[in-house]
Design a protein around this ligand. Structure first.
Ligand code: HPA
Ligand SMILES: [Zn+2]
Length: 340
C-alpha cells in the first residue's frame, strides 16, 4: 500500500451519489433469491460477476433492474442498506446521501412502505452502530412518465420528514430533464432538495435544463459539461456540486481509461467535484476504491484528495454541528497523518 492509499483510508469521507440497489452484491443476490424463492438467470456468483461487462448505461441498467427482483420484503431492504453501511464504515465514510428507486419496486408489486421503512430503519441503525449520518433521496426513473413520477411523489407524502430530496436517474438519452419540470416544481414546493443525473451520457444541453428548468441543488455526474466552456464557467461561478463517479464512468465507457478521467482537470478548473461510487457492486469498487484508483491513474496529490473530501462535506446537507464535527475530524486526520 502506498502512502497515498494510507492517506485516503485515514480520511473521514462523505458519499453523495450512491444507489442503494446498486450496492446489492452477488452473494447477497443469491441469498435473497433463495430466501424469496426467486429464480436467477445465473448459476453462480462468478457467473453474475462475469455478466458485469457493460458497453453503455443501458446495458448496466438492464442487469440492475433484473437484479432488483430478489428484493421483496422490508427485511430485504433493511439487510441491503445495512450491508452497504457496514461496508463503507470500513472505508471511514462518515456521512452518506443515498438514492433509492421506488418505482423499480412498486412496479413489481412491492409496497412503497416496505421499501422505504426497511431502508430508513437500517439508516437509523447505521447511525447507532457506525456513527454514519445519512439522508435519503427518492429518485424518479426518467424512462417512465412524469405522471408516474407524480404518483410516486404522492406515495412519499407520509415520509416527507425523512426524505431529503428527489433525484432523476435511469436512461438519460431521450429523456431530458425538461420532461420532469412540473414534478420537480412540486417537489420544490414540498420543501425537498433537488438532484438530477445529467451529462453522464446526455449532452451539455441536459445539464443546462437540470439547472434552469429543474433548478437542481447538485448535478449527478456532469462529465459532458466539459464540452461547453460557458457551462463550465457557470458551474464554477455557482460552485455547483458535481457528484462524480470515476469507476462507474470507466465501467459504462463514459471514459476509455481512468487515466483519461477528467477529475483532476475539473478540480484545476475550479469545479466543485466530489468522488462517489454510484453502484459499487456493479462497478467494482466502493468509496475508497474510487479515490485510490483515480488517485493512482491521475497522480492526484494529497492536497487534491483533501479538496475532494472537503467538497463532499460542503456539498452534503449536513447540520451545522455535524459539518463542524466532520471538518474537525478531517483536519485532525490530515495532521495526524503528516506527523507520522
Ligand atoms: O449511473 C447511473 N445512471 C443513471 N441511472 C442509474 N441508476 C443507477 N445508477 C445509474
Ligand atoms: Zn447514479
Amino acid at each position: 500500500m502506498t502512502d497515498l492509499h494510507r492517506f485516503i483510508k485515514a480520511l473521514p469521507k462523505a458519499e453523495l451519489h450512491l444507489h442503494i440497489e446498486g450496492s446489492l452484491e452477488p452473494e447477497q443476490m443469491f441469498e435473497l433469491a433463495q430466501r424469496n424463492n426467486v429464480t436467477l438467470p445465473y448459476g453462480s456468483v462468478e457467473d453474475i460477476r462475469k455478466a458485469y461487462d457493460f458497453n453503455n448505461l443501458q446495458e448496466f441498467l438492464d442487469l440492475y433492474y433484473a437484479g432488483m427482483s430478489v428484493l421483496q420484503t422490508q427485511q430485504d431492504f433493511y439487510d441491503l442498506t445495512y450491508a452497504y453501511l457496514k461496508r463503507v464504515h470500513a472505508d471511514n465514510c462518515r456521512h452518506v446521501e443515498i438514492f433509492f428507486d421506488p418505482q423499480g419496486h412498486t412496479d413489481r408489486g412491492i409496497a412503497f412502505s416496505d421499501v422505504i421503512e426497511g431502508i430508513l430503519d437500517a439508516l437509523a441503525q447505521g447511525q447507532t452502530d457506525f456513527g454514519i449520518s445519512s439522508h435519503l433521496i427518492l429518485s424518479f426513473l426518467r424512462h417512465l412518465s412524469e405522471e408516474a413520477a407524480f404518483e410516486t411523489l404522492a406515495q412519499a407524502e407520509p415520509y416527507l420528514d425523512r426524505i431529503m430530496g428527489v433525484g432523476l436517474d435511469s436512461s438519460e438519452l431521450g429523456h431530458p430533464p425538461s420532461k420532469f419540470e412540473r414534478v420537480f416544481a412540486k417537489a420544490r414546493e414540498m420543501g425537498l432538495k433537488l438532484f438530477a443525473h445529467a451529462g453522464e451520457e446526455g449532452p451539455p444541453e441536459y445539464v443546462y435544463e437540470a439547472l434552469d428548468l429543474l433548478k437542481v441543488d447538485r448535478i449527478d455526474h456532469g462529465n459532458r459539461s466539459l464540452e461547453d466552456d460557458d457551462l463550465v464557467k457557470r458551474l464554477v461561478d455557482e460552485q455547483m456540486v458535481l457528484t462524480v463517479c470515476p469507476l462507474s464512468n470507466l465501467k459504462l465507457c463514459v471514459v476509455d481509461d481512468l487515466t483519461d478521467h477528467p477529475l483532476k482537470t475539473m478540480l484545476a478548473m475550479g469545479l466543485k467535484a466530489t468522488v462517489n461510487s454510484d453502484d459499487p457492486s456493479y462497478f467494482g469498487g466502493y468509496l475508497n476504491d474510487n479515490y485510490i484508483q483515480t488517485a493512482d491513474a491521475l497522480n492526484l496529490t494529497q492536497e487534491e484528495i483533501v479538496q475532494l473530501v472537503k467538497n463532499g462535506f460542503e456539498g452534503a446537507y449536513l447540520s451545522p454541528d455535524r459539518a463542524t464535527e466532520l471538518m474537525f475530524e478531517l483536519a485532525t486526520a490530515v495532521s495526524a497523518f503528516r506527523a507520522q
